[in-house]
Ligand binder design. Structure first.
Ligand SMILES: [Zn+2]
Length: 203
């Protein structure tokens, strides 16, 4: 290896990305260096734009553009009556891609018992606010079939007990320990279709 600090820094950063180790990071860096104008320049600009303009929405937890506002909870073309609650943005993307669900998303940002995660860090209060403000009729809990996911679902159910909203949970078709992100469309479809009602406050 040549001793060029910039290159070493880049390799070190890229090897922190999911699924990439030092070996693939080196290959990526070489590819970048060999395509300065086609890759490095636009990528540097895009990264700067993403850093500047894209943040997590404080209300729904999804990604928002500071230029356009939040496409999930502010600037939606339609008004929906359902909110699907998930742990991570990756889960939102999986469910969106499956076209199974028409409604708003609410991204908690983790689960209650996940390492170092405190209840206050999860967007649970803002979920309750959204449910009341947007006159939501159904909250679908799509947390993972893990102990943490189910504990979180239970806590949310409890937090919503004063709202007159119907609360449902994805069906047990979810494999135990299954994370939403990694489900295939068929499993996700039956989990949505056969979702079970958790409370009796409306409907
Ligand atoms: Zn939002």
């Amino acid at each position: 290896m040549q001793n060029i600090n910039e290159i070493e820094d880049l390799i070190r950063l890229i090897s922190k990305l999911p699924g990439l180790g030092p070996k693939s990071a080196k290959r990526i860096v070489l590819k970048l260096i060999n395509n300065r104008d086609e890759l490095i320049k636009p990528m540097a600009n895009t990264l700067a734009q993403v850093y500047k303009n894209v943040t997590r929405c404080k209300s729904c937890g999804s990604l928002r553009s500071n230029l356009k506002g939040c496409a999930n909870c502010e600037n939606t073309k339609e008004k929906f009556s359902k909110i699907c609650v998930v742990e991570d943005i990756a889960d939102q993307w999986t469910i969106e891609n499956s076209n199974l669900f028409q409604g708003y998303f609410h991204i908690l940002g983790g689960t209650i018992s996940s390492a170092g995660q405190r209840k206050e860090d999860l967007l649970i209060n803002s979920l309750v606010e959204r449910v009341n403000k947007d006159k939501i009729e159904e909250v679908i809990l799509a947390t993972s079939a893990t102990v943490e996911g189910q504990t979180t679902a239970y806590y949310i159910q409890d937090s919503l007990k004063n709202s007159k909203v119907k609360i449902t949970k994805l069906a047990q078709g979810l494999p135990i320990g299954g994370e939403i992100e990694s489900l295939d469309d068929g499993t996700l479809f039956s989990a949505f279709k056969n979702r079970t009602k958790l409370n009796s406050s409306s409907d």
